[in-house]
Design a protein around this ligand. Structure first.
Ligand SMILES: Cc1ncc(COP(=O)(O)O)c(C=O)c1O
Length: 456
C-alpha cells in the first residue's frame, strides 16, 4: 500500500478510499475525482481515454518528448504530445527564455505590451489576405469571439459548423436537437446540459466535403452569419471543397471562418489554408502557435474585423505578454527549423514504424489524418480492448502511446523514433499472438478505454 503522506504531504485520503492503486498518479487521480468534477479540465487528458487503471495521469517533469511521472517512471511521449500543442517538444529552451524575459520585466501592467503590435505585424506579413488581429488565450474562446464578430458584421444569427470548435454554448447547442449531431466532428456524445434550449437550431453541422448540403442550406436560409470549419482534420485538406465553400459564402454574404487551432502552424508556418489557396474572412489560431504557452489569435479582413468595435469583447488576461512573446519566438523558430517539413517527415516515419510492425505481425492497419496528425486503427472485432492493451504494453516499454500519434520536433530519428520502432514491433507482435489465441483479457490489467464523453 502506498503511503501518500510521504509522497504528497498535503494529500488526505478520503475515509472510504481504497488505496489499492498501482501508482501515485492513479491514487491522485482517484482523489481528483472527488475534488474536481471530471477529474481534469481537458476531456482529452482523462485516463479513461487511454488505459483507465494504469495510465500515469500526472507528471513531475516534461522535456523534449520525455515525461517523468510521479513515481519517477520515464516515458517517451508518442501520443499527441501536449494534446497537439507542443510541436517543438516540452520546455523548449528558446520559448522558455522568451517567456522568462517577459516574466522578469513584468508580463502584465497598466499599459499595453508592444509585442501585441509586433505579433499583429508578423501575422499580417504571413497572411497577405488579412489586415487585422484580435487575441485571446484558448482556441474555444477565440472561436466564440470569431462567431460574435461574424454575427455583429452580418446582423445574422445562424452558424454552420464543420469540425470541433470547443465547449462554448454556441457550439454545443448543435446537440440540442439530438445528442448525436456533433458525433462526426471529433468528439462523440457531447451533452448540452446547461445550454439554453432557446439556442436550438442556431448551429447546424455539415459533413466535411458535403458541398451539396452546404449549398442547399445557404440557399434556403438567409439568416446564416458564418460557416466555421476546420480546413483539414481527419484527412488532408480538400482543395475543391474549400473553394466551393468560399464561393458559396461570398455569394450569400456569409463570413467564412477557418478554425486552425489544431492544423495551423504545424505542416505550414501560417495555416494549412495557405497551401489550399483558399482565403477565409477570419482565421482562428490557438494552441499550435506558442508551444504550450497560452495564446490564441484571430486574423481577418479589415471589413469583417472592424465589427469587433461594435460589440463588447474584452478580458484582462488577453493583454499579458508571455503569450505574444511565445508566439513570436515560436514563429521565428518554425521558419528557422523548417518545422513543417520536419513534422511531415517524422509523421511518415511514425506511420512506417506502425505499418512495419503490423506487417510483420499479420495485423491490418488503416491510417487517418495528415502525416503530422496521424491516427490509426487495427482491424479487430474489439479494437478498443486491443488498443487499451496496446497502451498498457507500450507503457511497459517506456512509451506513452494510443491511436493518435502527433509528430514532434523532439521525435528524433536516431533516438525517440528508433525506440518507438523497437517497442511497437515487440508490442504488436505479442498482441497479434494474444489476439490469435483469444487471450487479450488474460493480459489486460485495466478496464477498457472509452472514447465518448460521459460521467466518470
Ligand atoms: C479546431 C479546434 N478548435 C477549437 C479547439 C478548442 O481549443 P481549446 O482547447 O484551446 O479551447 C480545438 C482544440 O483541440 C480545436 O482543435
Amino acid at each position: 500500500m502506498l503511503d501518500y503522506s510521504k509522497i504528497l504531504p498535503w494529500y488526505k485520503p478520503a475515509a472510504n478510499e481504497s488505496l489499492k492503486c498501482v501508482s501515485k498518479g492513479q491514487g491522485l487521480y482517484q482523489r481528483a475525482k472527488e475534488l474536481i468534477p471530471g477529474a481534469t479540465h481537458l476531456f482529452g487528458k482523462r485516463a479513461e481515454l487511454y488505459a483507465p487503471d494504469v495510465w500515469p495521469c500526472y507528471y513531475k517533469r516534461a522535456k523534449g518528448c520525455t515525461i517523468w511521472d510521479l513515481d519517477g517512471n520515464k516515458y517517451l511521449d508518442f501520443t499527441m504530445v501536449g494534446i497537439g500543442a507542443c510541436t517543438l517538444g516540452y520546455a523548449d529552451r528558446d520559448i522558455t527564455s522568451a517567456v522568462h524575459k517577459e516574466l522578469v520585466s513584468g508580463n502584465l501592467c497598466t499599459l499595453n505590451s508592444p509585442l501585441e503590435v509586433q505579433l499583429a505585424e508578423k501575422l499580417a506579413e504571413l497572411h497577405p489576405w488579412s489586415q487585422m488581429v484580435r487575441y485571446a488565450r484558448t482556441g474555444g474562446e477565440m472561436a466564440s469571439i470569431a462567431i460574435r464578430i461574424a454575427r455583429a458584421s452580418t446582423g445574422k444569427s445562424k452558424i454552420i459548423i464543420c469540425g470541433y470548435h470547443g465547449w462554448h454554448d454556441w457550439y454545443l447547442s448543435a446537440n440540442l436537437a439530438s445528442q448525436k449531431c456533433l458525433d462526426g466532428h471529433l468528439l462523440q456524445g457531447l451533452q448540452p446540459n446547461g445550454v439554453p434550449r432557446e439556442l436550438q437550431g442556431l448551429t447546424i453541422p455539415v459533413k466535411y466535403g458535403d458541398a451539396d448540403s452546404l449549398k442547399m442550406l445557404l440557399r434556403a436560409d438567409h439568416d446564416i452569419a458564418a460557416v466555421v470549419m476546420e480546413p483539414s482534420r481527419e484527412q488532408g485538406y480538400d482543395k475543391v471543397f474549400l473553394s466551393q465553400v468560399r464561393e458559396e459564402c461570398s455569394r450569400h454574404s456569409v463570413v467564412l471562418i477557418f478554425d486552425e487551432t489544431t492544423s495551423g502552424f504545424r505542416e505550414y508556418c501560417g495555416g494549412i489554408h495557405m497551401l489550399s489557396g483558399t482565403a477565409p474572412d477570419l482565421c482562428i489560431f490557438g494552441k499550435t502557435i506558442s508551444n504550450g504557452i497560452p495564446m490564441a489569435a484571430l486574423i481577418g479582413t479589415r471589413s469583417v474585423m472592424e465589427a469587433a468595435q461594435s460589440t463588447f469583447i474584452s478580458s484582462t488576461y488577453w493583454t499579458e505578454s508571455i503569450g505574444p512573446a511565445a508566439a513570436l519566438e515560436f514563429i521565428k523558430k518554425h521558419q528557422r527549423l523548417n518545422l513543417g517539413t520536419v513534422l511531415e517527415q517524422v509523421g511518415e516515419r511514425i506511420r512506417n514504424n506502425i505499418q512495419t510492425a503490423c506487417n510483420s505481425s499479420g495485423l491490418e492497419v488503416t491510417f487517418n489524418g495528415t502525416k503530422a496528425l496521424t491516427s490509426f486503427s487495427i482491424v479487430h472485432h474489439d479494437w478498443p480492448k486491443m488498443l487499451t492493451l496496446f497502451t498498457q504494453m507500450m507503457m511497459n516499454q517506456g512509451v506513452l502511446a494510443s491511436d493518435r500519434s502527433y509528430s514532434n520536433y523532439s521525435h528524433t530519428f536516431s533516438g525517440a523514433l528508433r525506440k518507438h520502432r523497437t517497442a511497437i514491433t515487440d508490442v504488436l507482435g505479442r498482441i497479434a499472438l494474444y489476439a490469435s489465441r483469444d487471450e487479450l483479457d488474460n493480459v489486460l490489467r485495466t478496464r477498457v478505454k472509452t472514447s465518448s464523453f460521459g460521467r466518470i
